[in-house]
Design a protein around this ligand. Structure first.
Ligand code: F6R
Length: 386
């Protein structure tokens, strides 16, 4: 870990050569600055806190629409599912790719928009369901992929937080993730809303009727309360103080937890500007393990199912490196230096819960480091790529 950054103690010093406000105004200015600072992060904090309600809203009001779309897909019997997405939504797509292969037994892939937009190629997707995942539905490249897929005969579906978006209009089918307005640039509630929507969709396709299995439904009904409990007592804020001076992170997980590792790394990079490398636990052992040491915090997502068990060996190897390992999961594990507490649930549901304390960690870390996580430098809410 690093020492405090050079110049940090001078952060409040007036800029060279700038005229200073009269003393009585300086007081007012610093009050205003303090208010401003208090506000920093409030948007992201509110987005994070809203997640149990967004989940409940989807479970109460969104299921019928998803069942209708899932039934349409089941009827078409696609031979594979192709996902296309960017950033956070790409991580939701990766989660859905695991679901597709594990729960439906269908091959899944992630299509690179550049194949269509840069190389002007037109793959034959006629046997596939092509799903574009996007919070905004506003990136032109995703709309172009969907248009190309539709022209090739694929069934197309857009999963967005904006039913009025170009992407939603371009696809044959649309699902609204019902997350509502997101205040911060960094996506949080839209991510878990995408995960839940995709889980309901894939489980609906699995039964063939569009409706999910009653046992699954009962487990899902507990999700909002579990999410609330996680957010209430994760210990993320305390952990942020400890890693305030970290200069990089490694994140890792396997299976359904791998998208969580990827999304965590993205959140740390965009809110705290901390280089963060995400690896599947297996890939970590194929070389990158060598760069871990006590100075590089490792956030390891270790669930209570097969993916979590597959991480035990990874933890042993990290222990040999004397790595500083924070476990995200339901149990304390040998070698960990700390744990972010999440419940022991099926790993498909764990993906929706494990990210919550990691979002909180990113939020608090940014604030501890004097950054404004609501408005990361150089980023806009809608990124238009081609
Ligand atoms: C990260 C974030 C971005 C977006 C990405 C795609 O917090 O919000 O990574 O996920 O720019 O945007 P959408 O989902 O709107 O296509």
């Amino acid at each position: 870990m690093n020492e405090p950054r050079v110049g940090e103690a001078d952060a409040t010093a007036p800029a060279d050569g700038q005229p200073q406000a009269p003393a009585h105004e300086q007081g007012r200015e610093s009050e205003a600055t303090a208010r401003e600072q208090r506000r920093e992060g409030e948007g992201m904090a509110a987005d994070i806190a809203e997640q149990p309600a967004v989940m409940a809203g989807m479970l109460d009001h969104g299921r019928d629409d998803i069942a209708t779309v899932a039934a349409r897909v089941a009827e078409r019997r696609p031979r594979s599912i192709v996902f296309t997405a960017r950033g956070t939504s790409d991580h939701a797509a990766l989660y859905a790719a695991y679901l597709t292969e594990i729960r439906l037994g269908l091959p899944a892939s992630l299509a690179s928009p550049s194949v269509v937009t840069v190389y002007d190629s037109r793959p034959d997707w006629s046997d596939s369901l092509v799903i574009a995942v996007s919070q905004s539905g506003g990136s032109p490249d995703l709309a172009q992929v969907v248009a190309a897929a539709r022209a090739s005969g694929a069934l197309t579906l857009a999963v967005t937080n904006n039913p009025e978006s170009r992407l939603a209009g371009e696809a044959e089918l649309h699902l609204d993730i019902r997350a509502g307005h997101e205040r911060a640039v960094a996506a949080t509630k839209t991510y878990t809303a995408e995960l839940l929507t995709l889980l309901l969709l894939i489980e609906g396709i699995r039964t063939g009727t569009g409706r999910i299995d009653p046992a699954e439904a009962a487990a899902l009904d507990k999700l909002p309360e579990l999410a609330h409990d996680v957010l209430d007592g994760s210990g993320a804020a305390e952990l942020a103080g400890r890693y305030r001076f970290a200069d990089r992170f490694v994140t890792t997980g396997r299976g359904y937890a791998y998208p969580t590792a990827r999304e965590t790394a993205l959140k740390l990079m965009e809110t705290s500007y901390l280089p963060s490398l995400a690896f599947s636990g297996a890939d970590l052992l194929h070389g990158p393990l060598a760069m871990t040491d006590p100075g590089v915090p490792v956030l390891a997502v270790v669930g209570s199912g097969p993916g979590g068990h597959a991480m035990w060996n990874v933890l042993t190897q990290l222990g040999r490196q004397r790595a500083d390992v924070v476990v995200v999961g339901a149990a304390d594990l040998p070698g960990q230096t700390a744990r972010l507490r999440t419940p022991a649930v099926d790993e498909r549901l764990a993906a929706i819960l494990d990210i919550l304390p990691l979002q909180q960690l990113a939020l608090h870390l940014a604030i501890e480091r004097g950054e404004n996580p609501d408005a990361p430098r150089g980023l806009k809410k809608v990124t238009e790529t081609t």
